[in-house]
Design a protein around this ligand. Structure first.
Ligand code: TXA
Ligand code: MG
Length: 330
């Protein structure tokens, strides 16, 4: 059956059919793919026209480069040069997993992928469905998070279809994302590794592996430190951060929502509150954060109040996303 006919069938938008996903990608179209971090909006990473489609659908500025996803470390060699010993050591320790490495690119990587920058971001996602898809394809997949530019990243297939509707032919249904927060981005192209984004692999784990402290350079509105555009992750309504259980300014009002780390806040209706981890586990909190933002935002509250979590491990990434959501324009 031709692809066009397949998509006239009802219920095809979210599907587990790897074969159709591969066909679409081979023909230059976009597919929503599951990863352990967040859903990606994928295209053939070696086809500049297909990659351009990602920017158009997301309404993403062309200065913000995208990550290339591979099935295994052996496949990255034609695309990068530089400190491959460190790359392989990190891949061996953390891949497949929530670590993205930045290395100097070869000519095989087109400028639209890196937004004209000399380095390319690489990652091996830890999701069996997407690894099977990548093994079937003769090219890597370029994929940013599958949300409209500036919005909260999707951690379920329906978050993707809610944002793109029929403009996206297919979202592969890989269930809820286990990690729930994007990958850690580590630039290993200079003498000293540098964290450009806190994410699913903690700074502490990377430092333990490397045997020394790593610096991070996180927030920026400059295109050369992309992704880190500091207002981001908007759930579609204002987000305000709480400190020490205190509401700044006018305080809680009916209809507002609250995202809490481990316990309910006294004096506020229980149904207005979402707790990320009653155990106080930052990993569990990370896996629930974006769904909490999506769900709270979908009730169209005046404001979502959010409490930061302990600044350690994956907690750093959670706080980073909350701070950016709080700065985002809606
Ligand atoms: O977990 C993840 O990393 C998810 C899944 C789908 O893999 N992807 C993701 O992509 O979060 P995205 O585009 O939403 O965020 C990746 C960030 C971007 O903000 C981008 O600016 C930065 O990585 N990035 C990509 N390529 C880069 C490059 N060549 N140099 C500097 N930063 C880069
Ligand atoms: Mg993103």
């Amino acid at each position: 059956m031709p692809l066009r006919a397949l998509f006239k069938l009802p219920g095809r938008l979210i599907s587990k059919d790897l074969h159709i996903a591969a066909e679409l990608l081979r023909s230059g179209q976009l597919v929503g793919i599951p990863t352990e971090t967040v859903y990606g909006l994928a295209a053939n990473g070696c086809d500049p026209k297909a990659v351009a489609g990602i920017f158009d659908l997301k309404d993403r500025p062309r200065f913000d480069p995208v990550i290339l996803h591979f099935a295994d470390p052996d496949r990255v060699e034609p695309y990068v040069k530089g400190n491959m010993a460190m790359a392989h050591s990190l891949f061996r320790a953390f891949s497949p997993g929530a670590l993205t490495l930045l290395l100097p690119k070869t000519d095989k990587v087109s400028d639209i992928v890196t937004a004209g920058l000399p380095k390319v971001a690489l990652r091996i996602p830890d999701h069996s469905m997407t690894l099977d898809l990548l093994r079937e394809l003769p090219f890597p997949l370029a994929a940013p998070s599958a949300n409209l530019f500036g919005r909260t990243s999707p951690t379920r297939p329906e978050h993707v279809t809610e944002q793109f509707g029929k403009e996206l032919p297919l979202v592969l249904d890989g269930g809820a994302c286990a990690v729930g927060i994007e990958s850690t981005i580590l630039d290993i192209s200079e003498k000293k590794p540098l964290i450009l984004r806190q994410g699913g692999i903690s700074q502490e784990a990377l430092e333990a592996h490397l045997g020394y402290a790593i610096e991070s350079k996180l927030s920026s509105s400059r295109p050369e430190a992309p992704g880190m555009i500091h207002s981001h992750y908007s759930p579609g309504c204002p987000v305000a951060l709480m400190k020490d259980d205190v509401f700044p300014n006018e305080g809680f009002q009916d209809g507002d929502r609250i995202i809490r780390f481990r316990s309910l806040l006294d004096g506020v209706p229980e149904k207005a509150q979402i707790i990320l981890s009653t155990q106080g586990d930052v990993r569990e909190a990370a896996s629930r954060l974006f769904k909490a933002l999506h769900d709270s935002g979908s009730t169209e509250p005046r404001v979502i109040w959010a409490e930061c979590v302990p600044e350690k491990g994956v907690g750093r990434a959670i706080n980073d996303r909350l701070r950016r959501a709080a700065r985002a324009q809606t």
